[in-house]
Design a protein around this ligand. Structure first.
Ligand SMILES: [Zn+2]
Length: 385
């Protein structure tokens, strides 16, 4: 456990959650399961992580429609509204709606708007000083584009919240640890120097969205404000943390944001069925703590995570970390106590340590060193580093 800063206990922490949102269903064959958030809530209760006086749970409400247009086109939102009523027309396919990844599901417009509402309200609370740390587990839809859905994302809650904070004169750093490159947010702010976007992810050579390489550093006035840290598949905690710690704290420190928006995707975990990294709860938790420590105010979102139980456990650890709490198992030692998925086997939210080795590990490390060297040479000088 890291040293607790006494200030942690005076900070206001807000968790966005509702059974309605976590009960939304994309269908049995779809990997995106909002129910992960419900499992996380069960774990937060079990591990005594919701009892602090400075914590608040708020049910998200749909974001105001006007705010959608800070990022999305009107044409696309019209299509999404119709898709939410399970209408279908061929122009929806061109907007990514009705595909295998982004099916037309009854209520999808309301679901996406409500998820975005949590993230946006969190941003407003942070900007107003009504909260210091916010977590919206069903948020972080970082792939959605201005005029299309992709990668299970229909409304880009992060891009919208950032746009509104920019209007309020805030400087925003975006830190994305999801296994997939946060292409939608990158595209939104690639030419903007008021937003620093940093994404660490599995290389686009082996995973969707097939982009996010280190030489994409932004466009025009935004050059040096888009930062990509691609890792080879199989990279473990050591490689992940080496790359993350080498790049993220110095850059965010130099940028001096007012607010940090984070996507805490749990699909970097080695047991995730879609991602191919070898990160465990150790690397995940450490990265979340670093993000907490470098964020004057933090708007955290859940992002991806397709191993339902592992995602719930990692998000519970993330909430504990950002609240400065240590999980305490209320059921420990109870015979016939509550059994909870695979976690029942280990009796802990945390994984056993894992370290890759051999030539494979060497290759992952060499790649990460090359990426870090490239960014130090090409991006750090822009920030006076
Ligand atoms: Zn992802």
């Amino acid at each position: 456990m890291d040293k607790l800063n006494i200030n942690e206990f005076s900070k206001q922490k807000v968790l966005f959650y509702s059974d309605k949102l976590s009960g939304f269903d994309f269908g049995p064959a779809h990997p995106f399961k909002p129910s992960r958030a419900k499992h996380m809530m069960d774990l937060l209760s079990r591990y005594s992580l919701l009892n602090a006086k400075n914590q608040q749970i708020i049910a998200p409400e749909p974001v105001h429609e006007d705010l959608l247009y800070l990022f999305h086109t009107r044409e696309y939102i019209e299509l999404l509204k119709r898709a939410g009523q399970t209408e279908f027309s061929i122009d929806m396919l061109k907007a990514g709606l009705g595909t295998e990844d982004n099916p037309i599901v009854p209520g999808i417009y309301d679901f996406s708007r409500t998820a975005a509402g949590g993230t946006h309200r969190g941003a407003v609370m942070l900007a107003a000083g009504d909260a210091d740390i916010v977590f919206n587990p069903i948020g972080g839809f970082h792939h959605a584009g201005t005029d299309h859905a992709e990668g299970f994302c229909y409304i880009n809650d992060c891009a919208i919240a950032i746009a509104d904070m920019l209007r309020k004169g805030k400087r925003v750093a975006y830190i994305d640890i999801d296994v997939h490159f946060g292409n939608g947010v990158r595209d939104a702010y690639a030419s903007c120097s008021d937003v620093l976007t940093v994404s660490i992810h599995e290389s686009g050579d082996t995973i969707y969205p097939w982009s996010g390489f280190q030489n994409d550093t932004g466009v025009g006035p935004g050059r040096g404000y888009t930062v990509n840290i691609p890792l080879l598949q199989g990279s473990d905690d050591e490689v992940f943390l080496y790359a993350f710690e080498s790049i993220v704290p110095p850059l965010v420190g130099a940028f001096k944001p007012d607010i940090v928006v984070a996507v805490l995707g749990a699909d970097i975990h080695r047991e995730d069925p879609l991602g191919h990294l070898n990160v465990t709860s150790y690397g995940y938790e450490k990265a979340v703590r670093i993000i907490r420590d470098i964020s004057p105010r933090l708007l955290a979102t859940g992002g991806g995570g397709y191993n339902v139980y592992k995602t719930a456990a990692l998000w519970a650890l993330a909430w504990a970390a950002i609240c400065g709490l240590e999980p305490v198992d209320n059921y420990a030692g109870l015979v016939g106590g509550m059994m909870y998925g695979p976690e029942a086997q280990s009796g802990s939210l945390r994984d056993k340590p894992y370290l890759a080795s051999g030539d494979f590990k060497t290759k992952c490390f060499e790649h990460a060193r090359d990426v870090v060297a490239y960014l130090k040479q090409n991006v750090f000088p822009v920030h006076g580093l």
